[in-house]
Design a protein around this ligand. Structure first.
Ligand SMILES: Cc1cc2nc3c(=O)[nH]c(=O)nc-3n(C[C@H](O)[C@H](O)[C@H](O)COP(=O)(O)O)c2cc1C
Length: 381
C-alpha cells in the first residue's frame, strides 16, 4: 500500500487511528479542554499567516538541516512529549525513539509515558529529551533527575502549564482511566479493536506510568488514581530555580505564553523557551500560541532558542512558526495518530508528509534556507 496515495494527510492518519484504537484512547489523544476552542483559536491563527510566493527562481533545493541546542538535526521538527504514549499503541515510545534516530530528529519522552527512561535509552542515542512534571518533594525530584541523567538523557524539559488537571469532557465521557479499568464499557470498546488489544498482549505490560509508578507506595493507593496525580507538585518560580541548580544539561521550559515570563526564565538560566498552550488541552480562553511567538522573540532577543508547538497539521505550519520566530517546532498528536494508524511505517510516513510539504512550499517561495522565511511573510500578518 502506498500511504502517499491512500493517506496523504495527517487528517487521514487521524481517521485511520480513530478506527484502530478504543474510543477512550482516541478521546484522550484527540481532545482538548472545555468546548475545545483552543484548537480552533490556534488553527485560525495559523491559517491567517500567509507568504508571498516568487516565480522564475530556477531550481531550488530546500535545506532543512537545523542546528539546535548544540546538536545538528536533519529536520526543523521533532516529537513532543505525550503522556501514556504507549497506550495509543503498545511499544509506541520505542518505535518513536528508533524512528527519531533514523530521521535524526529529537524525541521527547514524557515523565508520564508508559515506557521508563531505561526502556527508551537503548534506542534513542543522542536524540532523547526528557520531559519533567514538577513533583511533590525536592528529594523525589533529585532522585528522578539522577535516574534520567544515568539513563543518558542530556536535555530536560520542565512543563509549567499544568498547575492542575484540566477538564477534558470527551475523555471523561469515554470512561478514560489510567490504567484502563476492565469494566464492561471499556471492554466493549477494546473488543472492537482487536489489533490494538493484540499489540498490548504481545508487549505483555499493562499500560501504566512506569516511571512515576516506581515512586508510589503500592499500599494505600486507590486502584485508579494514576501515579501522576499522586506525586504531582505545583510548578512555581522557586521550583524552577532549584531545578536549574540541580540539572547541568540543557533546560527547556515548556508551556510559556507571556513574554515577561519568558524573559524571567532566561534570566534564571533557562536554555530554551518552548512556546505552547499544550494545544488547547489546559485552557481554552487564551491567545493563539503563534500570536505570542513574535512577542516572545522580541522580548528575549534573537539569541534565545525558541520552540513552537500546538496544532501543527501540515509542513506549512512548521514554516509559519519558523517565519514567526521559532528555531524549532515540535509535533505531538500527529505522531501518535501515525503510530496508532500504521505503527513504525506510519511514523516514517508522517515524517515524509511534513518534510515533503515543507520542501514543496519552500520551492513556491523560491527559498532554500529556513532563515529566509520571515522575509516572505505577507506584510499584514
Ligand atoms: C494525549 C496528549 C498527552 C500529552 N502529554 C504531555 C505530557 O505528558 N507532557 C507534556 O509536557 N506535554 C504533554 N502534551 C502536550 C504536548 O507535548 C504538546 O504540547 C502538544 O500536544 C502539541 O500540540 P499538537 O498535539 O497539536 O502537535 C500532551 C498532549 C497530548 C495530545
Amino acid at each position: 500500500m502506498d500511504l502517499d496515495l491512500t493517506h496523504p494527510s495527517i487528517e487521514d492518519l487521524r481517521k485511520k487511528a480513530r478506527k484502530r484504537i478504543p474510543k477512550f484512547v482516541f478521546e484522550y489523544l484527540d481532545s482538548a479542554t472545555g468546548r475545545e476552542l483552543g484548537l480552533k483559536i490556534n488553527r485560525d491563527a495559523l491559517d491567517s499567516i500567509r507568504f508571498m510566493p516568487s516565480v522564475l527562481c530556477g531550481q531550488t533545493e530546500a535545506n532543512l538541516k537545523t542546528d539546535f541546542l548544540g546538536q545538528s538535526y536533519e529536520l526543523p521538527f521533532g516529537i513532543a512529549p505525550i503522556g501514556m504514549s504507549g497506550l495509543m499503541w503498545a511499544g509506541a515510545e520505542r518505535m518513536l525513539a528508533k524512528a527519531a534516530v533514523v530521521h535524526n530528529i529529537p524525541f521527547s519522552l514524557s515523565s508520564v509515558a508508559v515506557a521508563s527512561p531505561e526502556d527508551v535509552a537503548p534506542h534513542i542515542g543522542q536524540n532523547g529529551w526528557f520531559q519533567h512534571y514538577p513533583v511533590s518533594s525536592a528529594d523525589l525530584r533529585r532522585k528522578m533527575l539522577l535516574r534520567i541523567k544515568a539513563a543518558g538523557f542530556h536535555t530536560l524539559i520542565i512543563t509549567v502549564d499544568v498547575p492542575e488537571e484540566s477538564r477534558r469532557e470527551r475523555q471523561r465521557r469515554a470512561n478514560l482511566t489510567v490504567p484502563p479499568k476492565a469494566d464492561f464499557r471499556t471492554l466493549v470498546q477494546m473488543a472492537r479493536c482487536p489489533a490494538w488489544c493484540f499489540s498490548h498482549l504481545r508487549e505483555g505490560i499493562m499500560p501504566r506510568m512506569r516511571f512515576f509508578d516506581d515512586y508510589i507506595p503500592s499500599r494505600g493507593r486507590e486502584s485508579f488514581t494514576h501515579a501522576g496525580a499522586l506525586i504531582r507538585g505545583i510548578p512555581d518560580w522557586k521550583y524552577l530555580e532549584e531545578l536549574r541548580e540541580e540539572w547541568d544539561g540543557n533546560l527547556i521550559v515548556k508551556g510559556v505564553l507571556r513574554p515577561e515570563d519568558a524573559k524571567r526564565m532566561v534570566d534564571m538560566g533557562a536554555d530554551c523557551i518552548w512556546v505552547s498552550n499544550h494545544s488547547g488541552r489546559q485552557f481554552e480562553a487564551g491567545p493563539a500560541v503563534i500570536d505570542q511567538l513574535p512577542k516572545i522573540r522580541a522580548t528575549v532577543g534573537q539569541d534565545v532558542p525558541l520552540i513552537y508547538d500546538s496544532g501543527v497539521s501540515w509542513g506549512l505550519d512548521i514554516m509559519r512558526a519558523i517565519a514567526k520566530g521559532a528555531d524549532f517546532v515540535m509535533v505531538g498528536r500527529a505522531f501518535h495518530y501515525a503510530v496508532a494508524a500504521f505503527g513504525r511505517k506510519g511514523i516514517d510516513h508522517l515524517v515524509h508528509i511534513l518534510k515533503s510539504d515543507i520542501k514543496a512550499n519552500m520551492s513556491q517561495l523560491g527559498v532554500e534556507q529556513l532563515s529566509q522565511l520571515p522575509h516572505y511573510l505577507l506584510r499584514d500578518n
